[in-house]
Design a protein around this ligand. Structure first.
Ligand SMILES: [Zn+2]
Length: 72
């Protein structure tokens, strides 16, 4: 059986792979670095970050490719 850390790492990789799909859904937020619009990397998919109880989803900047997690 794999550990929780291993599982989370694998899930992150899967989410990253899914993120390569050209689906662009506006997340309704601006990039903290360049103020451009951000898009959901994996629309409809969310995850729980360690140490939090709030579901998160990955978002990416349409301009500088900055990535972050957004509470949904
Ligand atoms: Zn940006």
């Amino acid at each position: 059986m794999k550990t929780l850390d291993e599982h989370n790492r694998e899930r992150k990789e899967e989410i990253k792979k899914l993120g390569l799909e050209p689906i662009k859904e506006n997340a309704g937020v601006l990039c903290p670095k360049c103020q451009a619009e951000m898009y959901y990397l994996t629309p409809g998919l969310c995850f729980f970050e360690m140490g939090t109880t709030l579901p998160q989803t990955q978002v990416r900047c349409s301009k500088c490719m900055y990535e972050g997690s957004m509470t949904v």
